[in-house]
Write a protein that binds this ligand. Sequence first.
Ligand code: SF4
Length: 361
Amino acid sequence: MSITKHNWTKEEIITIYNKPMMDLLFEAATIHREHHDPNVVQVSTLVSIKTGGCSEDCGYCPQAARYSTGVAGNNLMSVAQVTEQAVQAKSGGSSRVCMGAAWRNVKDGPEFDQVLEMVRTINKMDMEVCCTLGMITENQAQRLAEAGLYAYNHNLDTSEDYYKEVISTRGFEDRLQTIENVRKTSVTVCSGGIIGMGESIEDRAGMLVALSTLNPQPESVPINALVAVEGTPMQDEKPVEIWEMIRMVATTRIVMPHTQVRLSAGRMNMSREGQAMCFFAGANSIFAGDKLLTTPNPDVNEDMKMFELLGLKPQKPFKKAPQRTTIEAADSKFESLGEKPKWTRPNHTIEKNLEVSIKGK
Ligand code: SF4
């Protein structure tokens, strides 16, 4: 039985990543079968509850206000709108709803209170609820936990070194701080990254070092392939090859045996055969629904056909951790503190981001 190791080095991970493909697949599939049912895949639906107009400069993101990408921004959705989407997601086979807001960080106030109400509502529908809202304080994480939040997503995106080439408006250490804040609650951690942003294999390994040395390791790790959107600084990056995706998934599975490895953005460019190889290599979660925030994703019926073809079954909710109890706002032990934490703003120059921002004006 493989054990969870928390002191992986970059060199060890690079060695795994570069193994002959058949050896890599065999090792990853063996570890996967020790810890998971290989025929069960968790299905999540991502709902963009607040789209576009973001102040950050993440080089891959069409929702950054400074890039001209044609993304139509909207205000925060109402609880009723989100509930409607959650009902649809549940009937389509999803066990989890992940709500994403294009915010740098959460601010206490009516909008956050509205998100807390969304969490309460979805948890009461017996679905796992996840949020991805940017940086959060410990108090905000506690309030989300009380509302019944199951998971909080905060991706590291890439290695600490390469992060400086992608984003200048916030620091890598703030990502880790948010994860630490979530860890002080009962909420599980979802954190992963993106490949295909021009990073090296060393950077991919560096990101896996940062994730796998967390103790405990994240319960869920999304692996995204960049969707190069026109108007973003990364619009000309070449598509990720399926072999790179398979290697990344397999390596993630080996270094984080218990985690749920999620095939996230980029599935539109993957064949069924490619996705099947990723499932064999240890991926056991997908995002369903025809849109991932703003980029296209396979139709849910197509995914269900693929499941049927491969004999895969969607995972039932609360398989990995028990359902949280929802505490109503009136009974909350934690009040809104109106904190204004000083999250880092390095503001170094990333030529590509700057150039595209100027063009976007
Ligand atoms: S990734 Fe998130 S924080 Fe970065 S620009 Fe997009 S919405 Fe904003």
